[in-house]
Design a protein around this ligand. Structure first.
Ligand code: 5GP
Ligand code: MG
Length: 448
């Protein structure tokens, strides 16, 4: 997962990009970069780590120019190396193209091998470089034509922002897996992964960029073109379940409202007679509020979160993962002691978080700990950008709900139904990619 942004303005954009990228930080904390077109050349700064640490006032001043793109990176398979930090740049026919992407190509390996056989040498181990390479190969002055040719070849999930000769270009894959939105701030035009990035700099989101849409923003305005898209988009449902910020309204669904409704629906589907509804912060908060209100049971904070802990989701060993959960969340004995509680979280992946928390809430004096999850069991790996581990590590791929309940030590365990999720979003389930729950992959992940 990653976050992207692009701004077309009449004044310097580096500071706005910096603020916008800060508000996309939850989408990736490994590294960040921005590229600025000053009319003559493209300036770029990239660094490992958080946005707030990567730039100084001075470096933002040096990045003077009216058009720019930015990226925050969540490294997955390719590993976290500085050569993989985006935006990446390519030089063709005296022009420079810079590009930043959120997503994952399923045919990256195949395309890369083919290009290597043709004599191409790569500078990153990043699938974005394949996109850049193909665009530059097809580019003869018409960027939209080059992108359409590229989109014919690349398969999978991508939401891209790019700088091409005085233009900000943005395009989204034909399924619309990953989000991408368009907004304005007076004369400035902004594209970003989430609306918060637009709002934070004083602008307003105007609409989603559609599945398969290609946008070119230049001095003459905003130009929209379309690559053939699928009949029904397959927006990633996990954006609403977990990934996007609560204030994100993507493809007509607000993440907070969705999460809250998930809590209400879970109460209908799996009620439970307890003293207190407790969220696993932060992702379980809206659904716990929804559950508590629907159930008319008090809501209480039974866990304290350490907000300075970074990403803990994927650690190499089980011991480290357990330690990471401990560091991140600590039971609040005064609140849970002697009480029966229901714990709300967005997902169970390996089961580390739930097992660890239930055990420690009992140690802290909780009488009963029931678990309610606002996604169906995650049984299949994601190939479109969400960082799920290999299937063999997905607890729900290998155990029944009853077995998981026992394994994590819950008094009871229930997951929201697929129908419940659809109701939470008020859209037919056909509009989403739900491959992580049912293995029905909209784009074949095994292409060769
Ligand atoms: P588990 O501990 O079962 O392996 O993972 C479940 C926990 O990880 C949940 O609390 C959920 O909020 C969180 N989670 C789910 N997906 C992701 C992800 O893609 N990245 C990160 N950092 N956390 C995740
Ligand atoms: Mg969580």
């Amino acid at each position: 997962m990653c976050g992207v942004i692009g701004i077309y303005s009449k004044s310097n954009v580096a500071t706005s990009l910096f603020y916008g990228m800060n508000s996309l930080q939850h989408r990736g904390q490994e590294a960040t970069g921005m590229a600025i077109d000053n009319g003559e050349e493209i300036l770029r700064k990239r660094a490992m780590g958080l946005v707030i640490d990567a730039y100084t006032e001075e470096s933002l001043r040096e990045l003077a120019g009216n058009i720019g793109i930015g990226h925050v990176r969540y490294s997955t398979a390719e590993g976290s190396h500085d050569y993989n930090i985006q935006p990446i740049m390519g030089f063709v026919g005296g022009e420079t193209i810079a590009i930043a992407n959120d997503g994952n190509l399923v045919n990256y390996q195949v395309l890369r091998e083919r290009l290597e056989e043709e004599g191409m040498m790569f500078q990153t181990t990043n699938d974005t470089e394949v996109i850049l390479y193909l665009i530059t190969r097809y580019y003869d002055g018409d960027i939209v034509a080059a992108i359409k040719k590229t989109m014919k070849v690349i398969k999978g999930a991508y939401s891209v922002t790019a700088l091409v000769k005085g233009k900000v270009v943005a395009f989204r894959d034909p399924n619309g897996f990953r989000p991408l939105v368009l907004g304005r701030d007076e004369d400035d035009v902004i594209v970003a992964s989430e609306n918060a990035a637009i709002e934070i700099i004083g602008g307003q989101m105007t609409r989603d960029i559609g599945a398969g849409e290609i946008l070119v923003i230049d001095e003459t305005g905003i130009h929209s073109d379309h690559f053939e898209s699928e009949d029904t988009p397959k927006n990633c449902i996990f954006e609403y379940v977990y990934f996007a910020r609560n204030d994100a309204t993507l493809d007509d669904i607000n993440a907070y409202t969705f999460r809250r409704r998930c809590g209400e629906i879970l109460w209908e589907e799996a009620p439970c007679d307890v003293d207190l509804v407790v969220p696993v912060p932060d992702s379980g908060i809206p659904s716990a509020i929804g559950y508590a209100q629907a159930a008319k049971i008090p809501y209480g904070e039974g866990l304290v979160k350490n907000r300075y802990m970074g990403r803990t989701f994927i650690k190499p060993t089980q011991k480290e993962r357990d330690m990471a959960v401990k560091l991140k969340l600590n039971p609040l004995g005064d609140v849970v002691k002697g009480k029966s509680i229901v714990l709300l979280d967005d997902s169970i992946v390996r089961g580390t978080t739930s097992r660890n928390l239930i055990h420690r809430l009992r140690e802290a004096g909780a009488k009963e700990v029931h678990m309610r999850i606002t996604s169906p069991p995650v049984k299949y790996s994601c190939y479109y950008g969400i960082d799920t581990p290999n299937r063999k590590h997905l607890i729900a791929a290998n155990q029944s709900i009853k077995e998981i309940e026992e394994n994590i030590g819950a008094d009871s365990l229930a997951f929201i139904s697929m129908d419940g999720l659809a109701r939470a979003g008020k859209k037919s389930i056909d509009n989403y990619c739900i491959a992580c729950f049912n293995g029905d992959y909209p784009v074949d992940p095994t292409v060769i």
